[in-house]
Design a protein around this ligand. Structure first.
Ligand code: PEP
Ligand code: MG
Length: 861
């Protein structure tokens, strides 16, 4: 196969073959833009190189020498020629952009002879020998693996000896002398063809540098891709006052404004612009000093943007008043800019609404929902955990919910640091700017609750050792974080930093709303929210939720005004005593439900029957037991005994879900009475409530029948009594493998089914939701799993169970409504699968609703 492509032999569609850089250089050449000519060695050649044990294919050199001949002809100069030398830049370029991750060599082809030639040709020996010494320096460091410092030292030493301080004071002779000194430091090859061959090898090898590996791992880029090598004739921006180098964006990459934006350095090489050692001028400075060049550049950028139909990031050089284009690619941009540019381009008729939707990433949307840590300002990271709830937060460290409340009441921002959180910490989480836990996975209590509230959180930060009495959290590296210290969390990355790290505030804009309205127009999946408080529900509705897909009723009983009644109910010794508490709880449940129906007027509200392990409600310490005993008038010994008997080794697999309804049907009765009672009241207020009662953790049809019977009976009683009927549906959660495998038998019994993928993942993997963080980091590091299955749905097994369930239940009961309310419902990567699966809706925490709306549209487009 052909291994070498001249710039006029490819197009922008050849990214896989020629890398992004090579493909775009071909495209610009074909467009007739002023591109210094050159050729690209393909990415498959890189793979051949590695397969052969880091050896270039035998015929490669012949092939690129033919191409090189043609470049010489085009440029009217010869490689290594003593009179009229042609120099090359040699650069890497993979199919996906990996900015600055691999090696580049400039001015290749210089040696003693050609440097003298360059000096004569340009009539500028100083320039020629400066290029030459830069080349040796770069070649030695990049290609020969020499220590770059020694060259800088040699220059410094020379300058001191000769009483010079700045580069501008160095003459041609000085640089020539430096070249001589450099050559005593490395065994520099004079033969340009050997230089080229070594440089090509070095670019290939740079695919495996540690920083390239890390970058690929972070960005999910396959190791097998390999890089292309682009060899391009050099042009010089450091040729004098009518030369220079610049970078530009066709639109402003930070705010998206439609104005040509860039920087230019007169009399400078491209690397000077990137290095930032001199301060560049805004690109319009060219307009005054080289107006023709500016006009051509302006026309070129407009043409490129129109041609690529996206904002472009350009690199260019001006040599003696002539413009040369060196690179164009889609420009990186902030979330704010990405949305403005996408919407503007639709208005300008450049792209379609569908294309605009595809241009926006989940991260872009997130920057509209939460303040984000400014990547440029990131400081040292002292610990890393799971990115449980996105955004950035800074605050004083507190170690208990009570402290969080009092410190926040004094007007301080707080970060609540806990080993793990339980429902009793909720009041502390509510007032915290951020939550950090040592234990717990992505669906642990801390993660789910924080995400629901939109509070930044990091869970499973195993490198922290928390000592409550001492008020310290110590990292594995021995950094001690004390009560009252200021720390910053990056919940998007899972990183803990000391001090106050600057953030970029959440933006809001009309463009964002416009884009969301397009998403709504193009998506099929409905988007609901997981919410149980009126505040969260209102937020969800404001953010576009089309109903509640999961109201976790257990979250409604943790407030201090009712938790004791709940405890009393659990600790009741007979039905009568239990009923006494249930009657009280009924009032709370009903009024809460009514509030929720009010907020969600006209939209469905899926209410899940109680589903926590009972012991979660009970006091954990002796002290709390004594206190509870005095409050509810039950002997401490009794409380202790009951608490003991309810203790479970893995509560997540224990006495919860519909198992509670089977054992305590009266609890279910109370809940249904409350839900329907509230629906009746809402109807009387003129509202339209649509309750959907959902049975959790089902394994078989008998459970559904038993619980449905209770639900139907209680509803009949309420309707009889109030003489008013309300629409309702009964559905089941699909969260055990057994339910999924027997879905065809469950479907006829219910009106809707909703996947609880948190539990389904837990039970499919046998990974306890709450304990997974103890080994998951190792699993990820050692590639035992591709990604955290609690974040992005595992398609191979959990996805297959879901597919089987949907197919078989729909075969049995065509069109039965199917949803998903596990945390995966808000994960953009999983949403594509849910769309393909033909689900009717996804349900996710309120702050993820906009991301889900866009992802649902992207899945369809
Ligand atoms: C689930 O298991 O996916 C679910 C939504 O329920 P919970 O997270 O409350 O167990
Ligand atoms: Mg569940």
């Amino acid at each position: 196969a052909k291994r070498v492509y001249l710039f006029n032999e490819g197009s922008k569609d050849d990214r896989d073959l020629l890398g992004g850089k090579g493909a775009n250089l071909c495209e610009m050449t074909t467009l007739g833009l002023p591109v210094p000519f050159g050729f690209t060695i393909t990415t498959p050649t890189c793979r051949e190189f590695f397969q052969a044990g880091n050896k270039l294919p035998a015929l490669l050199e012949q092939e690129y020498r033919v191409a090189l001949d043609l470049v010489e002809r085009e440029m009217g100069a010869r490689f290594g020629d003593p009179e009229n030398p042609l120099l090359f830049s040699v650069r890497s370029g993979a199919a996906v952009s990996m900015p600055g991750m691999m090696n580049t060599v400039l001015n290749l082809g210089l040696n003693d002879e050609s440097a003298a030639g360059l000096a004569r040709k340009t009539d500028n020996p100083r320039f020629a020998y400066d290029c030459y010494r830069r080349f040796i320096q770069m070649f030695a460091a990049v290609v020969m693996g020499a220590d770059g410092e020694q060259f800088e030292h040699a220059i410094e030493h020379y300058k001191t000896e000769h009483g010079k301080r700045y580069d501008v004071e160095m003459s041609a002779q000085d640089w020539q002398e430096i070249v001589r000194i450099f050559k005593t430091l490395v065994n520099f090859p004079e033969d340009p063809f050997i230089q080229l061959k070594l440089a090509v090898e070095a670019v290939f090898l740079s695919w495996h540098t540690p920083r390239a590996h890390v970058y690929r791992e972070m960005n999910n880029i396959p190791e097998t891709l390999g890089t292309a090598v682009t060899v391009q004739a050099m042009v010089f921006g450091n040729f004098g006052d009518t030369s220079g180098s610049g970078v530009a964006f066709t639109r402003n990459p930070s705010n998206g404004e439609h104005s040509f934006f860039g920087e230019f350095l007169f009399n400078a090489a491209g690397e000077d612009v990137v290095a930032g050692t001199r301060t560049p001028l805004p690109v319009v400075a060219l307009q005054e000093r080289l107006p023709e060049v500016y006009d051509e550049l302006y026309a070129t950028q407009a043409l490129l943007e129109k041609h690529y139909r996206d904002m472009q990031d350009l690199e260019f050089t001006v040599q003696e008043g002539r413009l040369y284009m060196l690179q164009t690619r889609s420009g990186k941009r902030t979330g704010r800019a990405s949305i403005k540019i996408a919407v503007d381009m639709v208005r300008e008729g450049l792209i379609t609404e569908r294309e605009a939707l595809m241009r926006v990433s989940p991260e872009h949307v997130e920057s509209f929902m939460h303040p984000m840590i400014d990547p440029a300002q990131k400081t040292t990271i002292v610990a890393t955990g799971l990115p449980a709830s996105p955004g950035g937060a800074t605050g004083q460290v507190v170690f208990s919910a009570e402290e969080a409340v009092t410190t926040a009441a004094e007007g301080h921002s707080v970060v609540l640091v806990r080993r793990e959180t339980t429902p009793e910490d909720i009041h502390g989480m509510k007032v915290a700017a951020g939550v950090l836990t040592e234990l717990g996975g992505m669906t642990s209590h801390a993660a789910v609750v924080a995400r629901g509230m939109g509070v930044c959180a990091i869970t499973g930060c195993g490198s922290l050792t928390i000592n409550y009495p001492a008020g310290t959290a110590t990292t594995d590296d021995g950094v001690v974080i004390r009560r009252g210290d200021i720390i910053t969390l990056d919940g998007t990355a899972g990183e803990v930093m000391l001090g106050d790290v600057p953030k970029i505030e959440a933006s809001s804009s009309d463009d964002f709303q416009v884009l969301l309205s397009w998403a709504d127009k193009h998506r099929r999946l409905k988007v609901r929210a997981n919410a149980e408080t009126p505040v969260d529900a209102a937020k969800a509705r404001e953010l576009g939720a089309e109903g509640i897909g999961l109201c976790r009723t257990e979250h409604m009983f943790f407030e201090s005004d009712r938790i004791d009644q709940m405890r009393g109910m659990i600790l009741a010794e007979n039905r009568e005593e239990r009923q006494h508490y249930l009657d009280i709880l009924l009032q709370f449940q009903e009024s809460d439900m009514l509030d929720l129906f009010r907020v969600m007027d006209g939209l469905p509200v899926t209410v899940r029957l109680l589903d926590p392990p009972l012991h979660e409600f009970l006091p954990h310490t002796e002290e709390d037991m004594v206190a509870l005993s005095s409050r509810i008038g039950k002997p401490v010994a009794k409380i202790r005994a009951m608490t003991e008997s309810l203790k479970e080794v893995n509560p997540m697999l224990g006495f919860r879900g519909c198992r509670l309804s089977v054992v305590y049907p009266e609890v279910t009765e109370m809940q249904v009475k409350a839900i329907i009672g509230a629906a009746v009241k809402a109807t009387e207020e003129g509202l339209k409530p649509y309750p959907e009662i959902m049975i959790p953790l089902v394994i078989n049809v008998r459970e559904i029948r038993l619980v449905s019977k209770i639900i139907d009976r209680v509803i009949q009683e309420v309707v009889q009594e109030k003489q008013i009927s309300v629409p309702y549906k009964i559905g089941t959660m699909m969260e055990t493998p057994r339910a999924a495998l027997g879905a065809d038998r469950l479907a006829p019994e219910v009106e809707f089914m909703s996947f609880g993928t948190n539990d389904l993942t837990q039970m499919t993997y046998g990974f306890s939701r709450d304990d997974v963080s103890k080994f998951l980091p190792q699993y990820l590091e050692k590639k035992m799993v591709e990604s955290d299955p609690f974040v992005s749905l595992d398609l191979r097994a959990v996805g297959r169970l879901m597919e089987l369930a949907v197919t078989e239940s729909r075969a049995r009961k065509p069109g039965i409504k199917y949803g998903i309310c596990g945390e995966h419902g808000g994960d953009p990567r999983s949403i594509q699968f849910f769309h393909d699966l033909g689900l009717d809706y996804v349900s996710c925490s309120p702050f993820r609703v906009p991301v889900a709306r866009i992802a649902a549209a992207q899945a369809k487009v």
